[in-house]
Design a protein around this ligand. Structure first.
Ligand code: AVJ
Length: 315
């Protein structure tokens, strides 16, 4: 992570009214660890629901790819993850004797190395080609390949984007695909507050620690003096909007100094910093995101409780 960019983003975000910080900065070493804990907590249904889809419907998912006899494909995953969902899909491709290459793309070479190691343990003769770098840069390089590509963007990772950001992401993605390529897009589905809000406000306080860790990171990396005892985790969700939002709320009037940018920021009592959005989807919202791009929805696989959806989208 680039320190100058981090300084700039913190300065810009905290100078705004209302204050905000980009959620991508959650993921330092501690943040990565806390996110693994989040995925394992009882309230965070997303990971289990998508896992169920891949465990139970990988055959139907690969059938939707319409792979021809003798066709070679490339399975390109955006964001390395831990591979535990993807492996079900790869096992199914192997069972049907499909020739494929697995190409995970991530900005973290650490994450890629871990993933490659685990995948090779499960599938010793797996043809895997990890790519470290920017998604679109890498996809552009892959565009030359004559083989059809299946792009995986799982885990509701698109959820952290605003609808505008998601639209431009989908537009850039489609520009880097060839006709016939497909996208498997994993999204959390809109549902009642009683289920969604606890996923972002767990009883054990792991999500609170995850959110507050952002301030700890700023303290450490930008020499700031946020007093974590005077900020609280403050999430909200309304089903009509379909967006879970996380905030850090100042419990008193306080001034925070950030030495490395030579700036101080005043926080009023109950003033909030907006730290994350987690967009939930349905067919209409996805249709709006896809808009006039040359993509079209083919199918959607959901878990038995319809908590989560994996959309099959055609280029
Ligand atoms: C990694 C974006 C899917 O929004 O559900 C989990 C991140 N933040 N708990 C999500 C997250 C707080 C997560 N995504």
């Amino acid at each position: 992570m680039n320190l100058e960019q981090f300084k700039q983003d913190v300065l810009t975000g905290l100078s705004q009214n209302p204050k905000q910080l980009p959620s991508k900065y959650f993921y330092d070493k501690r943040g990565d660890e806390l996110f693994v804990q989040i995925m394992n907590m009882p309230e965070y249904y997303l990971t289990r629901a998508e896992m169920e889809i891949f465990q139970q419907q990988s055959y139907e998912i690969i059938s939707s790819f319409n792979i021809q006899k003798g066709e070679e494909i490339e399975v390109v995953e955006l964001g390395a993850g831990d591979g535990t969902k993807t492996i079900h899909l790869l096992f199914e491709l192997i069972r049907f004797r499909v020739t494929f290459k697995y190409i995970p793309i991530d900005i973290s070479s650490n994450a890629l190395n871990g993933l490659e190691h685990r995948m090779k343990e499960e599938i010793p003769n797996l043809s895997i080609n990890t790519l470290q770098g920017d998604y679109f840069q890498m996809l552009n390089d892959l565009k030359k390949s004559p083989n059809r590509k299946i792009i995986l963007f799982l885990g509701s990772n698109i959820g952290n984007m605003s609808d505008e950001q998601a639209k431009s992401f989908i537009a850039s993605l489609s520009q880097n695909l060839n006709p016939g390529d497909k996208l498997v897009l994993g999204v959390d589905l809109i549902k009642e507050k009683e289920i969604v809000l606890p996923a972002y406000n767990d009883a054990a306080g792991i999500t609170r620690d995850f959110n507050l860790n952002l301030l700890e990171r700023i303290n450490r990396e930008l020499k700031a003096n946020f007093d974590l005892a005077h900020f609280v985790h403050d999430p909200e969700y309304t089903e009509s909007e379909g967006i879970a939002k996380s905030f850090l709320k100042s419990t008193k009037r306080q001034v925070v100094k950030i030495e490395s940018i030579e700036k101080s920021f005043v926080f009023e009592e109950n003033e909030r910093i907006h730290t994350e959005i987690s967009r939930k989807y349905n067919d209409q919202i996805l249709a709006n995101i896809i808009g006039k791009s040359p993509l079209e929805v083919q199918d959607c696989f959901t878990d038995q409780k319809s908590l989560f959806g994996d959309y099959i989208i055609n280029r």
